[in-house]
Design a protein around this ligand. Structure first.
Ligand code: SF4
Ligand code: SF4
Length: 221
């Protein structure tokens, strides 16, 4: 079998009062949504308060699936729980506009037992993250293009401005301009750090596969 074997966290939901069980799930490799409320069920549209709990990201964080799980909610900093059954674990407060994201993760993973799940992902059969993306170019990416003899890769038509950031420009079809017909990257050796560090099996990867290919954890939706 081609591709990569990835062990990813299973996301579970816990009502208040079940912090010990949530802690055991996270320490076994999972991610936990821990609600402030003792209610297990909520009404649609109801304001809910809760934390997304995960193990402290390894440093550097670029390949840590906990770190990418909060990046997918547009956050890149976290706090540490200092007391109680969750002590020593990391958390973020779940923004109200991200409730549907954690709900979807919990629903997706409800069919899987345990705290982790092993997946086989073949990027050459997928390339979902090379579509409809926003790859930000940092200074060292531009330097790499220059050092590799391709300085034009940092200029139009390959790039565009997004506010004060430089990003890769997509084709009208929403594919990255550098994606080839065989799903290989046409600038693989020089590709931006955002591409080379993007971890298969992360929440961002799973979201891309679902959004672009209709694959929910490998199953056609
Ligand atoms: S979305 Fe995931 S599996 Fe697909 S190409 Fe990107 S990293 Fe690989
Ligand atoms: S530069 Fe390469 S790896 Fe990055 S999005 Fe484009 S095709 Fe994919």
């Amino acid at each position: 079998m081609g591709g990569e074997r990835v062990v990813r966290p299973i996301v579970r939901s816990f009502a208040r009062g079940f912090e010990r069980e949530a802690g055991a799930h996270v320490r076994a490799g999972g991610h936990a949504v821990v609600w402030d409320s003792a209610l297990a069920k909520h009404k649609p549209g109801e304001r809910r308060l809760g934390r997304f709990v995960f193990r402290k990201p390894r440093s550097p964080e670029v390949n840590d699936l906990g770190y990418w799980a909060i990046l997918d909610m547009d956050m890149d900093t976290w706090s540490t729980i200092t007391a109680g059954p969750l002590r020593g674990l990391s958390f973020v407060r779940i923004p109200q506009d991200c409730l549907h994201i954690v709900d979807d993760r919990v629903t997706r993973d409800s069919i899987h037992p345990g705290a982790t799940r092993t997946m086989h992902l073949d990027c050459l059969e997928c390339a979902a993250c090379c579509r409809a993306n926003k790859v930000i170019l940092e200074d060292h990416d531009v330097e790499r293009f220059k050092a590799g003899g391709r300085p034009e890769l940092a200029r139009p038509p390959y790039t565009r401005k997004d506010g004060d950031r430089l990003v890769l420009r997509l084709l009208k079809s929403r594919l990255c301009r550098h994606l080839q017909g065989d799903n290989k990257c046409g600038i693989y050796a020089l590709r931006p750090d955002s591409c080379s560090t993007f971890p298969a099996g992360s929440e961002c990867c799973l979201f891309s596969r679902e959004d672009e290919l209709g694959l929910v954890d490998g199953l056609k939706s």
